[in-house]
Design a protein around this ligand. Structure first.
Ligand code: NDP
Length: 260
């Protein structure tokens, strides 16, 4: 019999940016482990394709078009998730966008604001809605919650020509450590996941650059790029009761890249 705490039957997991890449890998893991899943993204077609894929596991899955940088949009989508599923046990704020590789001294205010709006303020809107719900549930005697953000190695090593991106991801780490402390009393744990180089839509252009591939691939000890599926197991562990005493963690999922 599989280790029981990893059976997520009855749990509901909300994953922003769950229609592709890393988010879909997480959604896939928790759905296979028995959880109901709600995914958010801005692209209706990607949502529909992800939904069809996730339905194979037989749990209840829903998708909503939601731009996380829109405060009212997040408010409405979260209320819809509660109406569809009755509860949200885990909230993975994974939606994010990359920069255009602009030199810092040429970066426009507009470019700065766009990245901050999705990667940081969007996470604030998402977690605020989830934290309110989890706190209310704890007060009703049903304490359990998981707040998880997808940051980046850029949070700890920075990103030249991506200072805005690095700032949002570093901000997530410190925001989430504070959430872990503030919400522990409500049965909520909070973690940040720092992916290394993962093959997704976001990195498509970067990975098509032979110079990048040549220079970076040999610096990854496990000798391959990461894929969405590499985030399934960590999502299941975090959602499970096996991780109840584990909070405020920064998980590096990078094939050993940072250590090397
Ligand atoms: P993808 O581009 O595949 O995924 C990004 C996801 O975010 C998509 O599902 C996208 O959906 C969604 N999204 C983007 N903007 C918004 C928005 N405004 N509102 C709601 N959803 C939005 O790339 P990844 O899977 O790689 O990225 C996932 C996370 O991982 C990001 O936060 C990224 O910064 C982080 N990351 C990725 C790394 C990598 O190497 N790939 C490395 C380090 C961190 P839609 O298109 O429908 O809007």
């Amino acid at each position: 019999m599989p280790y029981q705490p990893f059976d997520l039957s009855g749990r509901v997991v909300l994953i922003t940016g769950g229609n592709g890449g890393i988010g879909l890998g997480m959604a896939d893991g928790v759905a296979q482990a028995g959880a109901d899943v709600c995914i958010w993204g801005t692209n209706r077609d990607k949502n529909a394709a992800a939904l069809e894929h996730l339905q194979q596991y037989g749990t209840r899955v829903t998708a909503q078009v939601c731009d996380v940088s829109d405060e009212q949009g997040v408010h409405t989508a979260f209320a819809q998730a509660l109406s569809d599923h009755g509860r949200v046990d885990g909230c993975f704020a994974n939606a994010g966008i990359g920069g255009r590789g602009t030199a810092f001294d040429e970066m426009t205010r507009e470019e700065w604001d766009t990245i901050i709006g999705v990667n940081q303020t969007g996470v604030f809107y998402t977690f605020r809605a989830a934290a309110r719900h989890m706190k209310e549930r704890a007060r009703d005697g049903d304490a359990f919650g998981r707040l998880v953000g997808t940051a980046s190695l850029a949070a700890i090593s920075g990103q030249a020509r991506g200072e805005h991106y690095a700032a949002t991801k570093g901000g997530l780490v410190s925001m989430i450590k504070a959430l872990a402390v503030e919400y522990a009393r409500y049965g909520v744990t909070a973690h940040t996941i720092l992916p290394g180089w993962i093959e997704t839509d976001m990195t498509e252009t970067t990975f098509s650059n032979p110079k990048f591939v040549e220079n970076v691939s040999k610096r990854i000890p496990v000798r391959r790029w990461g894929v969405g599926d590499d985030f399934a197991g960590i999502a299941v562990y975090i959602m499970s009761t096996a991780s109840s005493y584990h909070s405020a963690e920064t998980f590096l999922i990078d094939g050993g890249y940072y250590a090397f």
